[in-house]
Design a protein around this ligand. Structure first.
Ligand SMILES: Nc1ncnc2c1ncn2[C@@H]1O[C@H](COP(=O)(O)OP(=O)(O)OP(=O)(O)O)[C@@H](O)[C@H]1O
Length: 693
């Protein structure tokens, strides 16, 4: 054991890292060695000490923590939240090290108060507090400490949104008539006429140059946006000038899914063919839209070279991080309309600063001003009498006037087990969630494991829910049973047809994990599942590259056309024969969907893939933007900071038809339901005035 580690494990009674900079750096070194901090976090503290040799240890510690928080998706260090519960707020000890006896942030911060912390930061020349030290690497805004770059991003986003929120572009001509044309029938849910939020969302989005449409799975976000585009395009074409419309999503997988669902919806729009033709169904990734350049954080499109478009719709907006949003707003022409769609209750982006949850803070209550409410009721012929709605004031809540929450799920109605469970979890109601699990819904399945080697796990993962839902044996059976004859030439369409069938079959089941490490994390379960499948005779091997290995791309690779989140499967495929007439040689290649809406595939040699992981088990974070016919979520047997209701909600709502919850210890689920992600940013403070409307 290194000397630094032993220092950690035996807490030194009078060691006070907050009195001595070198003691602090030694402690940070030890945290880096344990994987508690990134080397980058420690380097920032050291850099601050280089800039100011007399920097106080508390300042250095704060710098390391700001950087650490960025790695956990928080764009700033929230001082009061950190002091209230240091270890939870900082996610230390990290996943897999629960119960560690190491020195914890709570021990270090025990004697620190909000007052003394703020004073220490304000005393430092490295912290800007009032705009007079533009070179300072850190910025303190109220009780939030930022790295300057992220503070700049937050300011860019806030100021661009403020400008857009104040815009009143000309209303599309004949708006009430077009709304009635696109929504011909009043909305009835369970026999009762209710407010048609889709129609209201179209109206609000047509009114401004920025709008937010949030809703859970199947609430009609895609339907709404297609009708919005029809509305805008019909009006523009009547004026002789079609709009340039672009659609985008944060990941390739989400873009592919949306391309498919938008295509189907555009076909059934009640508008003239000419209008329908001017509504695109191809959805691109944000990186492609902005023109990403290899090895650079900068995009081809920016304020100096704006995007050539009039309307931009971005789906799965919960996955957009702050930096991407800043780049997007920068590249958006001043006159263009932007609509963001997503589910505010999902986990935010892994990158720092998930925005959607923040921006939709008021969505539940509506907070429409009297003027907005009257305009909406008039233009859409709808009544806004939902008891959840609260009155608002445009000056205090300008964003609320551009936000609509869709409230009726057509996929998960009131009797759907998945829908009921998702709603209970979302409401942080553990008791209700337990009741739903016990109600015996056909689309829900609860498996409580009796120990690590309970055979029920293998049965569920391989065979699914017999007679109802598939497990992993299914796609391998498709692989083996539908394999084309070996003598078919390499260019025979049977090969891509087979590969596509295997990929589709794989989509029918996915195991999700809350954590990466340990026996119940992806690292423990991936090799276990491969060996289960090999023992069944469904895989030829469970090591290295083998036929049937499913892989997840974990980094964009523009040269191969692969995006983070793409899933491929290794298959033996024929090479063109060297000698005509000879049987083709079989080579292992990985089949990936093209994800461009074409339904095509690309086949890549395993040796060319550098950033892929086996994906029998996938983290919930990585599953965002995807849906699987049967989704199983396995929870670990210890609680850790990632276990929150957002994680559970995101996992549950990845299920299209069946959801299985696998518990390794019961209390973990109940505990996690009551905990929520506290993302800290100052964005809403910059946009809206807190307090009663
Ligand atoms: N106004 C409507 N009238 C009839 N059917 C609708 C309407 N809105 C939505 N649907 C149907 O409900 C289903 C879900 O709608 P949609 O795909 O638009 O929801 P979504 O919120 O985008 O879903 P997801 O969670 O998959 O992103 C679709 O089958 C769609 O055709």
């Amino acid at each position: 054991m290194s000397e630094q580690l032993s220092l950690l494990i035996e807490p030194v009674a009078d060691a006070d890292e907050l009195q001595d900079a070198s003691a602090l750096l030694t402690l940070l070194d030890a945290w880096v060695e344990r994987g508690w901090l990134r080397a980058l976090d420690r380097a920032l503290a050291a850099f601050c000490l280089e800039l100011d040799r007399s920097a106080e240890p508390l300042l250095l510690f704060s710098a390391a923590l700001v950087s650490h928080q960025l790695g956990h998706g928080h764009i700033c260090l929230d001082l009061p939240a950190t002091l209230a519960s240091p270890d939870f707020a900082l996610s230390l000890p990290p996943e897999g090290e629960e119960g560690s006896r190491a020195r914890l942030p709570s021990a270090l911060l025990a004697g620190v108060t909000l007052g003394t912390w703020g004073e220490a930061l304000r005393r430092s020349p490295l912290v800007e507090t009032d705009g007079t030290t533009p070179q300072a690497p850190l910025v303190l805004l109220g009780d939030r400490l930022y790295l300057r770059r992220y503070w700049n991003h937050e300011r860019t986003v806030a100021s661009s949104l403020r400008t857009r929120l104040a815009d009143r572009p000309p209303l599309p001509a004949g708006l009430p008539g077009t709304l009635a044309q696109l929504f011909p029938e009043p909305l009835r849910v369970e026999g009762r006429q209710v407010t048609d939020w889709q129609k209201l969302a179209c109206a609000l989005a047509a009114r401004g140059s920025f709008s937010l449409i949030t809703g859970g799975p199947g609430t009609g976000k895609t339907t709404t946006v297609v009708r919005l585009l029809a509305l805008l395009q019909q009006a523009a074409m009547a004026g002789g000038q079609p709009l340039r419309i672009r659609l985008a999503a944060p990941t390739g997988k989400a873009a592919a899914r949306l391309t498919e669902s938008i295509g189907a919806q555009v076909d059934s729009l009640p508008v003239a063919d000419a209008v329908r033709k001017e509504i695109p169904s191809e959805v691109t990734t944000l990186h492609r839209l902005l023109g990403s350049r290899p090895d650079s954080r900068h995009f081809r499109h920016h304020a100096g070279n704006p995007l050539a478009l009039d309307v931009l719709v971005v789906d799965e907006a919960s996955m957009i991080d702050l930096e991407m949003m800043a780049c997007l707003l920068d590249a958006l022409p001043r006159h263009a309309r932007l609509a963001l769609l997503g589910d505010k209750d999902q986990l935010a982006s892994v990158e720092a600063g998930g925005l959607l949850g923040d921006l939709c803070r008021d969505a539940e209550g509506g907070y429409y001003s009297e003027e907005t409410r009257r305009w909406l009721e008039q233009v859409a012929s709808e009544r806004l009498d939902d008891p959840q709605l609260r009155p608002g004031d445009e000056a205090r809540r300008p964003l609320a006037q551009r936000t609509v929450m869709l409230r009726h799920s057509r996929r998960f109605g009131s009797d759907s087990g998945i829908g009921r469970l998702a709603r209970a979890v979302n409401a942080l109601d553990a008791g209700r969630a337990r009741e739903v699990l016990a109600e015996g819904h056909d689309d829900l399945n609860l498996l409580r494991l009796r120990g690590e080697h309970d055979g029920a796990l293998e049965r569920l993962l391989l065979d699914g829910l017999p007679g109802r839902a598939e497990g992993y044996a299914h796609y391998l059976e498709v692989l083996h049973e539908n394999r084309p004859a070996a003598e078919l030439p390499a260019d025979d369409p049977a090969w891509p047809g087979w590969a596509l069938g295997v990929l589709r079959a794989f989509d029918r089941f996915q195991l999700l994990c809350a954590v990466r490490r340990g026996p119940w994390g992806v690292e423990g379960l991936n090799p276990r599942i491969a060996s289960m499948l090999q023992r069944r005779g469904l895989l030829e091997s469970d090591q290295g590259w083998y036929e049937g290995r499913p892989v997840l791309v974990v980094r964009n690779d523009y040269s191969l056309g692969l995006m983070n989140g793409d899933i491929g499967i290794a298959l033996h495929l024929p090479e063109p024969a060297d000698v005509p007439g000879e049987a083709p040689r079989q080579v292992l290649r990985v089949a990936f969907p093209r994800n461009d809406g074409s339904g095509g595939l690309r086949f890549i040699l395993p040796s060319r893939l550098s950033a892929v992981e086996t994906v029998f088990a996938m983290t919930v974070h990585k599953s965002q933007g995807s849906e699987f016919t049967h989704t199983a979520l396995i929870l670990p047997d210890t609680l850790n900071p990632v276990m929150t209701k957002e994680l559970l909600y995101t996992g549950i709502t990845r299920a299209r038809h069946w959801f299985s919850l696998i518990e390794t210890r019961p209390a973990i689920f109940d505990e996690a339901v009551t905990r929520r992600v506290a993302r800290r940013s100052g964005l809403m403070d910059a946009l809206e005035v807190e307090g009663p409307a």
